[in-house]
Design a protein. Structure first.
Length: 67
């Protein structure tokens, strides 16, 4: 039996499938296929590149910068 978990695709933002047994992430939307480690690296890289945009956006919307 294959156990699949939904995972966000780092390439196209759609729902990819994480194959728990094979530790592989596959996205049928864009054809991505990556090992779990590669997937984590891709997501981490994405977060790094997206952070400035998120910051600019949240700073514009509300001034809750410090807690
Ligand atoms: Zn994809």
């Amino acid at each position: 039996m294959r156990e699949l978990a939904a995972a966000k695709c780092p390439q196209c933002d759609k729902i990819a499938q994480y194959d728990v047994a094979a530790q592989t992430v596959r996205c049928k939307h864009c054809g991505l296929k990556a090992s779990y480690e590669e997937y984590i690296g891709m997501m981490a890289g994405r977060l790094t590149t997206l952070t400035p945009g998120y910051r600019a956006q949240s700073m514009g919307e509300d001034s809750g910068g410090d807690k």
